[in-house]
Design a protein around this ligand. Sequence first.
Ligand code: UTP
Length: 290
Amino acid sequence: MNKTINKAIFPAAGLGTRFLPATKASPKEMLPIVDKPLIQYGVEECISCGIDEFIIITGKNKRAIEDHFDSAFELEENLRNAGKHKLLDEINKLEHIKFAYIRQRAALGLGHAILCAKPFVRDEPFIVILSDDVLEPGSTVLRDMIKIYEEKQSPVIAVEEVPKDEVQRYGIIDGVMKGGVYEINNLVEKPKPVDAPSNLGIIGRYILTPDIFDILEKQKPGAGGEIQLTDALRTLVKKRPIYGYAINGRRYDAGDKLGYLKATVDFALKNKELAAGFKKFLIEKIKTLK
Ligand code: UTP
């Protein structure tokens, strides 16, 4: 089990505009896929890699995240008295995990959200998870990235080939494949298709080193007027290597309505209790579609 990295940061202070009105007063990170909120999938992914300290960057209207990972005395008593032990175990299974919450006072960008965690990370490498990027169940992406970090001792970011006409939605890398990983030369946030150096889009899994904080402190706003992590990484790559890991398996952009629907269907079809009934429903449904 990984002992090199202990901490994971979950930036969760974004405004979730692509999912309005659902995200007007509720956190995007609490949208459920089947029966678990997006953020819990990311937390469990980290736990399976030996991470045991979580720093969640929250903002306005994000209280539900703290409540979700807190104990719920009345509910627990109720389930205990009703003999619903399986459900009780399910809601308590993360009770031993340490969560810290930091409030980002304004949504100034992903780079700024990560900078808010500086006092708690200090001089350790750390993981960043964007919980609206959901990986298929049993994904080894994070484990593979930790292995690369252990070998290279330099930042590793997850990338995926994205359709050429969607590069504007991503940070895009320019890299050379060597020994199964990309050695990154440059990174651009949300380029126009004509300016994109490739179609390798950065997705929401990063292993970073604390030297990124000094750069973020000086980082000027970039695309969308936000302090962008990609811009800070572009400065960092001039000083040390950064590696891109092309993920295997499926990734869902659950912060987008269509991506969210796709994730829900696939996860429901893999759920033991729901798969048979849901599949039957879908087969019947498809017959009625033109
Ligand atoms: P997104 O680009 O997905 O933005 O942020 P968003 O606000 O969450 O959603 P849309 O695009 O408006 O629908 C990427 C990640 O960075 C976090 C978000 O919570 C998300 O996990 N973030 C973004 C912050 O924590 N703070 C910010 O200021 C901006």
